[in-house]
Design a protein around this ligand. Structure first.
Ligand code: ATP
Ligand code: MG
Length: 283
């Protein structure tokens, strides 16, 4: 454990140095010494996630992953669409449960955070059932729930897993009042802070599903873009249509990800809108 922490700390320092070099271009960052991302890095808690854990959960590893290319395609498409509009607040959702939202959010965040000069904050905003920490096999600590309900300072809960320039804000203990919390003034203030405070940072929210839950619509005023994850052969077309209908006039859906796709025929006609097709990967 100590060894892990030690190596995580070393990588953390190395990243910090690399970060400074990368930010030395005046065009990209006019004030590297006071760079806000440096402040966030130094305040986030380094946590080490073993390669084996990453592999077990189909998460992109620090080395080559069999599915890295799919996420690089997704990253490129999503970044392109976000930059086109100057957006940085992206939610990942789906019509219903279990499609692969959390995995997509995590892997997209890692794929983006390993781009030069791109910082990514992954926020677990599925507050009724926060699962990001579980997927990363991290101990549950205070997170967004505690920030919103108890006023626990944010600095104490940000995690730095050493996967590129990724920072994670876990969901914490979770609450039945998830939709109310996401719609609360405190969450609106936090969202504004996250959006404007740090340049070249994308904020990705792992959200619950749209249908049967008030959360996504309640939070939509704070979001600029949504990525819809649909599951090949499982997501029903009427559900997808209803989801798109509900989001109309709320937040722009910048694309869909056809997840767990089989090798044969793609089942949903909406795949035309897809920004990426992720195959079903064996564990
Ligand atoms: N492309 C894929 N290939 C194989 N397994 C996948 C794929 N995408 C996701 N999974 C697996 O499916 C399960 C559900 O994924 P995940 O937790 O990301 O879904 P979710 O939509 O966030 O679920 P929930 O609605 O409960 O939050 C996990 O075990 C995950 O590893
Ligand atoms: Mg999830």
């Amino acid at each position: 454990m100590m060894e892990h922490l030690q190596s995580a700390m070393e990588r953390f320092k190395a990243e910090g140095k690399a970060g400074k070099t990368a930010r030395s271009s005046p065009h990209l960052d006019p004030a590297p010494a006071a760079s806000p991302s440096t402040i966030v890095y130094s305040r986030s808690r380094p946590v080490f996630i073993h390669e084996e854990v990453l592999r077990r959960h189909r998460i992109l590893t620090r080395h080559d992953s069999p599915f890295a290319d799919s996420y690089k395609i997704l990253r490129t498409q999503v970044l392109h669409r976000l930059r086109e509009h100057g957006w940085n607040m992206l939610g990942v959702t789906s019509p219903r449960e279990g499609t692969g939202k959390t995995l997509t959010a995590i892997n997209l965040a890692i794929a983006m955070a390993t781009e030069p000069n791109q910082t990514v904050l992954l926020v677990d905003a599925d507050l009724r059932a926060p699962r990001v920490h579980e997927t990363l096999e991290l101990e549950r600590r205070a997170g967004l729930t505690e920030y919103l309900l108890d006023g626990t300072p944010l600095e104490e809960m940000l995690l730095y897993p050493g996967l590129g320039r990724l920072i994670v804000l876990p969901g914490g203990r979770g609450t039945e009042q998830s939709a109310e919390l996401l719609a609360s003034p405190r969450m609106a203030v936090l969202s504004k802070e996250l959006k404007y405070r740090y340049e070249s940072r994308i904020v990705i929210f792992d959200l619950p599903p749209v249908l049967g839950r008030a959360d996504v619509l309640a939070f939509s005023p704070q979001l600029e873009a949504l990525l819809l994850v649909v599951e090949d052969t499982k997501t029903l077309e009427p559900d997808l249509q209803q989801t798109l209908q509900m989001l109309k006039g709320a937040t722009a859906v910048i694309g869909t990800v056809l997840n767990k796709a089989g090798q044969g025929q793609l089942s949903l006609p909406q795949v035309k809108r897809a920004v990426a097709v992720n195959h079903g990967w064996a564990g």
